[in-house]
Design a protein around this ligand. Structure first.
Ligand code: SD4
Length: 291
């Protein structure tokens, strides 16, 4: 009696989730749904942490990371891509049209162009201004909860009960050139196992990667934990490390299991997520550790 179709996504992503839900309600598959949903945020120039309009690295280059995973356990990713907005679709092409799972930098960009993607300048005036302001002090400080709207990680269950996921980001603002976070890394920013469920992450990617967060959540669900319990334990693995100063950074997780039960948990307050189920799309405030 699984709840389906269902969509869950990080942050306040009403339109992205609604778009994915429409694909599913029409009988479309979960893979198409998460791709379509993520493309909404990539095209949204106001969101400064995904796609066009993303905040650049410290040298002023916007570089995008994305990955996608289907119900068969296939995966595709692109890392550090410049000049191409819809990197989630490029990640899907890597998965479907190449013998590889990851392409990085110039190679990924060239591959995208060969597949018909158009090059465009991703640095908007607003993001350029923010970067110029940042340069006055050049202090690298990951910001907690940027505008309540950040990296999008999305999981969907289609009418067949199959699960897919996608994750896309411009990464942390003012990162070092070449820095890659969790978002495009399998098991870090995203993991899906169609037998069990899926998970996705947002926040300080370094901390997610060190604990292989999304893979951990799926494995905990496999062992019988609910999505909520699994997300809480994954946050616990980060904050309970001796001497870990979690006050300075945020991590948030979302998860769904095969039955369509959902969960979410973050270190700090103000992480939120959207869930579409039973024909309703809601933004929900996540429970959090640091009370
Ligand atoms: C990263 N996890 O690159 C991404 C950034 C992010 O909320 O999610 N920001 O580390």
């Amino acid at each position: 009696n699984a709840v389906k179709p269902l969509v869950i996504a990080t942050w306040k992503t009403d339109l992205a989730v609604e778009t994915a839900a429409k694909v599913l309600e029409k009988g479309g598959n979960a893979l198409d749904a998460v791709e379509e949903g993520c493309r909404i945020e990539e095209a949204n120039e106001k969101g400064q942490s995904v796609g066009k309009g993303g905040l650049p690295d410290r040298d002023g280059n916007v570089t995008l990371d994305a990955c996608i995973m289907d119900e068969k356990g296939n995966y595709g990713a692109v890392l550090g891509v410049k000049n191409i907005k819809h990197v989630i679709s490029v990640a899907r092409k890597v998965m479907e049209d190449t013998p590889h799972v990851m392409l990085v930098g110039d190679g990924a960009e060239q591959f995208a162009v060969s597949k018909g993607f158009e090059r465009e300048n991703l640095l908007t005036e607003a993001s350029k201004k923010a970067w110029e302001k940042w340069k006055e002090k050049s202090e690298y400080k990951p910001i907690i909860n940027i505008e309540n709207h950040d990296t999008i990680g999305m999981l969907a269950i289609d009418k067949n009960g199959d699960i897919s996921g996608a994750c896309t980001t411009s990464g942390l603002a003012y990162k070092m050139a070449g820095r890659v976070g969790d978002s495009p890394i399998i098991g870090g920013g995203l993991f899906v196992d169609n037998e069990v469920g899926g998970a996705s992450a947002t926040g300080l990617g370094e901390e997610v990667l060190k604990t292989v967060g999304s893979f951990l959540i799926v494995e905990l669900m496999r062992q019988g934990k609910t999505p909520q319990e699994a997300c809480e334990e994954a946050i616990g693995r980060i904050v309970n490390k001796p001497g870990k100063n979690y006050k300075d950074f945020q991590v948030g997780y979302i998860a769904v299991n095969k039955q369509g039960e959902t969960g979410a948990y973050s270190i700090h307050e103000w992480f939120s997520y959207n869930v579409y189920k039973n024909k309703e799309n809601k933004n929900i405030k996540s429970d959090f550790f640091n009370k």
